[in-house]
Write a protein that binds this ligand. Sequence first.
Ligand SMILES: [Zn+2]
Length: 190
Amino acid sequence: MTSRLGRLAVAFVATAVATLGITVANPAPASAAMTICYNTSQAGAYAGTASQAASIWNNATTNLTLSANCGSNLRIYQITGGGSYAVRTSLGNGRVYIDTQQAAQYSPLRIMTHEIGHILGLPDNYNGNCAILMSGGSAGTSCTNPYPSTTEANRVSSLFAGTLSATERSAGRSADVFRGSWPSVLTPVS
Ligand SMILES: [Zn+2]
């Protein structure tokens, strides 16, 4: 009796897991995926970094696809001095500036995925947690994590699916400039 119940329990759990797997694997898309064409013609040394960041976002999210040089929803610029920043004109549209001086201190890929995160609707979250992409430079120069957390990635997917509340949606879609994410590091005087 006991072993038969055990087998039944195992079968039940297996069925539940299989059902859960189907549910997770087939989320119903609320709308067609938006293609965000990014342009690296002025990205200088960071064109490859932009491609890596695009792959990271594409793998982590649904409802959007970052695609190279098919248009100019998103332009990437290499600059020197003044700090890396993002200008979002609307959800999925804007400009990202990568400062070579900051990219020598912080991980260039983390800077790139963070700044693109702003274009995709995310605000800054300076909590010092390296696992949070939008914590930016608050996690220190030793933090090289270029991946959005599950919460961050899911929020982007929701923004592009249009499933958030009107208030949340408008905050993520509004035009905005995001500066100061990467504080300059003082060089100790010896
Ligand atoms: Zn930022």
